[in-house]
Design a protein. Structure first.
Length: 111
């Protein structure tokens, strides 16, 4: 058994179906040295749009990684958003960003 299996299976939203799919798409998580690496691999990192003095305020995600992984991540987040458990750190983070009047896509990209 993969050492990360119990951790992934305890995640809210990653059940018997999505948990193994998530692990299969990410494969060995130890190859990512920081969270930016795994974010970039999944293709959910914000792209850049700047030239000279112009810097865009809102840009699309890079979508450079496997689309299957983005779909699984979306489904896990969808489940989490539907249940919104107050003890979950992700939900607390989203509540904090909403209180700061951040737009939906801003705090969803930061999660």
């Amino acid at each position: 058994m993969v050492p990360q299996y119990p951790v992934v299976m305890e995640m809210r939203g990653a059940g018997d179906s999505l948990g193994p799919q998530l692990m299969a798409d990410i494969r060995d998580v130890t190859r990512f040295v920081h969270r930016g690496s795994i974010t970039s691999f999944a293709g959910v990192d914000p792209g850049s749009n700047q030239s000279g003095t112009h810097e865009a305020q809102s840009v699309r995600t890079s979508k450079s990684g496997p689309p299957e992984l983005r779909k699984v991540l979306f489904l896990v987040m969808d489940c989490l958003l539907k249940t919104m458990p107050q003890d979950n750190p992700v939900c607390r983070f989203m509540d904090k960003k909403r209180a700061e009047s951040k737009p939906y896509l801003v705090y969803m990209a930061e999660v």
